[in-house]
Design a protein around this ligand. Structure first.
Ligand code: NDP
Length: 480
């Protein structure tokens, strides 16, 4: 069976303890490879390799770093089919999604930061009358840790690594043990792109072992983490006493506000996508749908009709809209949320059941699920499910819509559907979210700041924000 091991100092190597974990194919429930179960000693080796590579890499020219990143972007593009198939197998997502979203975006991440680093600049301040000039030197941090989740494996892994290495840092990175494959395949491309040994080290393994060792390593200067809010809290508690720089991109329970004056057809099509893309396993999915009361009944009928036509099936079939959920424990967790919601009084309008796909009977498939609620404080309205489950609730005024949307511990993204520009501005300003989409969803320009407020995290990724995170500003004051 294929073994997915670590990539340290430019070489693939087995975990020191010789322990391996089963890696499942969610579409058929079978173990199809083994992944290194690394521990603190492996992380230490990765740190030492990164530390050794740091002086030369941090002093390399921007053009040199930019060229290597560009080369990586091209190599990912060249390997699109292979990487997309690997992602679909490892994660259960439809191949079509991996081909059009995940892998192109991984390539775009490297391409974007290859350009961005050549445009990164800092401020200078002349102190008039004092004959002094201050300028801000932005230096890389040293060795940094990047930890990413399983839902968009290569997409989010590279979203952290690309700015970290572009800025001159060396990295110890860990993908989720649930989806290790594309990070493993990336290691081959790193060598081919000519990335110097030790600049990027990939450690496979579990969060509590390998991940924890990265977070608590005393010499790893910063942690860029994307994952669940509970894990984020734990990471913050571990890293804060060491004064590490932290970027935490955490969970969401995003409101989708639909007003009667919206472009109905565009809203309906996009709302199906924002509800169920990647089986609802995108932190930005609009899982709380609030509809203005005059439109509510029509929307409910039309939405349910469209949802009922979605095909759940083999990730490799062209007809598939929803593939498998990522793992059996996750499937069970999502089902338990549905059961609890029904106990709490939610009406199940569609779905809620496991799907048996012929030939793939042991896969982790679930129907897209739509529930109707009247109580905004019930658990299905407040807890992140991170699966193909949305709720419908009506509102009667803009003020009520805003109140319902903000009544959440999370604040990642929000979507508004309206043709009223004044309403757009009123709501956009008052919604407690890091990202507001108006008449669109998951429309990303990589220059924009990305991140959440409240329990959805702290710090921003994207564009120059990411380069700022991965550098330390130092003020230099010169008297002349
Ligand atoms: P987890 O928090 O369980 O895991 C995320 C990563 O952290 C994984 O690599 C995991 O390893 C690792 N990890 C777990 N425990 C520790 C620890 N103690 N120390 C260090 N690392 C650890 O999240 P999921 O993978 O389940 O991802 C789903 C969550 O991610 C959802 O809440 C979702 O909203 C959020 N998310 C947020 C995004 C955003 O941009 N805000 C984007 C995408 C997802 P392993 O899996 O191997 O145990």
């Amino acid at each position: 069976m294929q073994k997915l091991n670590n990539y340290i100092n430019g070489r693939n190597c087995d975990p020191l303890d010789g322990n391996w974990l089963d890696n499942y194919n969610p579409s058929n429930g079978q173990v199809y490879s083994l992944v290194a179960d690394s521990n603190a000693a492996d992380v230490e080796n990765a740190y030492q390799a990164a530390k050794k590579a740091y002086p030369e890499w941090s002093n390399s020219t921007l053009e040199h770093r930019s060229q290597i990143l560009m080369c990586l972007a091209n190599l990912i593009e060249k390997n699109l089919d292979r990487l997309a198939a690997a992602e679909a197998t490892d994660n259960g997502k439809p191949l079509s999604l991996a081909k059009t979203v995940d892998i192109p975006r991984a390539s775009a991440n490297f391409r974007f930061f290859a350009h961005a680093i050549t445009q990164f600049s800092s401020e200078s301040h002349e102190s008039a009358g004092l004959d002094t000039i201050n300028f801000t030197l932005r230096q890389p941090l040293g060795v940094v840790g990047c930890i990413s989740p399983w839902n968009l494996p290569l997409y989010l892994f590279t979203w952290k690594i690309a700015p970290a290495i572009a800025a001159g840092n060396c990295v110890v990175a860990k993908p989720s043990e649930v989806t290790p494959m594309t990070a493993y395949l990336l290691s081959e491309l790193l060598t081919e792109a000519g990335l110097p040994n030790g600049v990027l080290n990939i450690i496979q393994g579990t969060g509590p072992s390998a991940g924890q060792a990265i977070v608590q390593h005393p010499k790893i200067k910063a942690i860029s983490f994307t994952g669940g809010t509970k894990t984020g809290e734990h990471i913050a508690r571990t890293a804060a006493p060491m004064f590490k720089k932290l970027s935490l991109e955490l969970g969401g329970k995003n409101p989708n506000l639909i007003f009667a004056d919206c472009d109905y057809d565009a809203m309906l099509t996009t709302t199906v996508r924002s509800s169920f893309a990647n089986q609802g396993q995108i932190c930005l999915c609009g899982s709380r749908i609030y509809v203005e009361d005059s439109l509510y009944e029509k929307f409910k009928v039309d939405f349910l009709e469209k949802v009922s036509k979605l095909t759940v099936g083999d990730p490799f079939s062209n007809d598939t809209n929803l593939g498998a959920l990522v793992s059996r424990p996750h499937l069970e967790k999502v089902q338990s949320f549905i059961d609890r919601a029904v106990e709490d009084g939610a009406s199940l309008l569609f779905g809620g059941k496991k799907v048996t796909v012929p030939g793939l009977e042991k896969g982790y498939y679930l129907q897209p699920t739509v529930m109707e609620v009247t109580d905004n404080s019930c658990s299905i309205q407040q807890e992140e499910v991170f699966g193909p489950v949305v709720t419908l609730m009506k509102f009667s005024s803009e003020g009520e819509a805003l109140e319902l949307a903000n009544q959440s511990k999370y604040g990642l993204s929000a979507t508004i559907w309206t043709s009223d520009l004044n309403r757009t501005m009123r709501l956009s300003k008052q919604l407690e979210a890091g990202i507001v989409w108006v008449n669109t969803w998951l429309n990303r320009d990589l220059r924009t700041p990305f991140g959440g407020v409240k329990n959805s995290g702290m710090g921003r990724e994207g564009g120059l924000e990411a380069l700022r995170f991965f550098t330390e500003p130092k003020n230099i004051c010169i008297k002349y």
